[in-house]
Design a protein around this ligand. Structure first.
Ligand SMILES: [Zn+2]
Length: 272
C-alpha cells in the first residue's frame, strides 16, 4: 500500500532564531525527503502558500526544484490560488501547470484571505479543477495567524460550493478544526467532499489531545459510514510526521479504513 501525506509545506516557519540564516529550499526539500524515508511515507503533496516571501517560495520555484531533483515519483505539488494577489489574471499559467502533470490540485486559503469559498472569483479555478479532474483544497477552521478571520474558514461554507459544483472534488483541510462536527455533516451529505486530518496540533500530539481528536475522528467515521473520505495529512513541518503516524495507529481502525485513509482516497482524487 502506498502511504501518502497529502499536506506538507516547504515554507520556513521558524522565526524564533532571529538573525539565523533561513535554510535553502534545497535543504528544506532534502529534510522533507529524509523525514519521508525515516517514517516510510511513499509520496507527499507540497502545498504552496498564498503569500510569497523569502520564507515562502512561489509555486514556480517548487516546480523547478522538484524537476531538478527528479523526484516527481515522490512528491507532487498543490498550487495555491489567491484572490488578493490577483491570480485570476494567471489562469493560463495554472492550465499549463496542470496539463504538465506536476500540479495535482489547487489550494485556496479562506480565512487567511478574507473571502468565502463561494466568492465568484474562485469559480474559474473550480471550473478548471472540474475540467482536469483535480481537487480543490480549502483551508478551514482555525488560522495559524491571529490576522485570519475565521468566519471565512468555517467548514459549513464548503457545503454551498459542493452542492453547486457536484463534479468538483473538494478537500476540507484540518477537519474544519475546531468545527469538526460541522465538517462531519458536510462530508456525510456531499459525496464529492473529502477532508484531511492535518494540522490538528503543533509539533506532537500529547496524551490529552490524542484522545480528544481520536474520539472525534472515530465518531466521524461511524457517522459517515464506509467507505469514508478522510485523507492522511500531517501539515509537516508544523506537525511532526512521526507523531501523526502514532496518532493514526492509536485510532485503532480496521484495515479497510486505514487503507482508504493512508493512500487509497488520495490516489483516487489526486491521481498520484
Ligand atoms: Zn498547511
Amino acid at each position: 500500500m502506498q502511504i501518502i501525506d497529502v499536506h506538507v509545506h516547504l515554507n520556513y516557519y521558524n522565526n524564533r532564531n532571529q538573525g539565523q540564516d533561513i535554510p535553502s529550499l534545497q535543504n528544506r526539500l532534502e529534510f522533507l525527503l529524509a523525514n519521508m524515508r525515516t517514517y516510510n511515507i511513499d509520496y507527499s503533496l507540497i502545498l504552496t502558500s498564498y503569500i510569497v516571501n523569502s520564507n515562502r517560495p512561489p509555486t514556480s520555484d517548487i516546480i523547478k526544484i522538484v524537476n531538478k531533483n527528479k523526484i516527481s515519483n515522490k512528491v507532487g505539488i498543490v498550487a495555491s490560488y489567491t484572490i488578493s494577489n490577483n491570480d485570476f489574471n494567471n489562469l493560463t499559467k495554472y492550465k499549463t501547470w496542470i496539463k504538465n502533470g506536476i500540479i495535482k490540485g489547487i489550494k485556496i486559503y479562506c480565512g487567511y484571505e478574507y473571502y468565502y469559498p463561494n466568492d465568484k472569483r474562485y469559480q474559474p479555478i473550480y471550473d478548471l479543477c472540474i475540467e482536469y479532474k483535480i481537487p480543490v483544497m480549502i483551508h478551514t477552521g482555525d488560522t495559524y495567524s491571529p490576522k485570519g478571520k475565521i468566519k471565512y474558514s468555517h467548514p459549513l461554507n464548503v457545503d454551498e460550493i459542493a452542492v453547486d459544483n457536484p463534479n468538483l472534488n473538494i478537500v476540507i483541510c484540518h477537519l474544519g478544526n475546531p468545527w469538526i462536527l460541522d465538517c462531519q455533516e458536510v462530508i456525510y451529505k456531499n459525496k464529492n467532499v473529502y477532508a484531511d486530518i492535518s494540522g490538528l496540533v503543533e509539533g506532537n500530539f500529547n496524551k490529552y489531545n490524542q484522545r480528544w481528536y481520536g474520539v472525534r475522528i472515530n465518531e466521524m467515521l461511524e457517522y459517515i459510514g464506509k467507505p469514508h473520505r478522510l485523507l492522511f495529512g500531517s501539515d509537516w513541518p508544523i506537525s511532526n510526521m512521526n507523531s501523526y503516524l502514532n496518532f493514526v495507529e492509536n485510532l485503532k481502525l480496521d484495515n479497510e479504513s486505514i487503507e482508504f485513509l493512508m493512500g487509497k482516497n488520495a490516489q483516487k482524487i489526486f491521481h498520484t
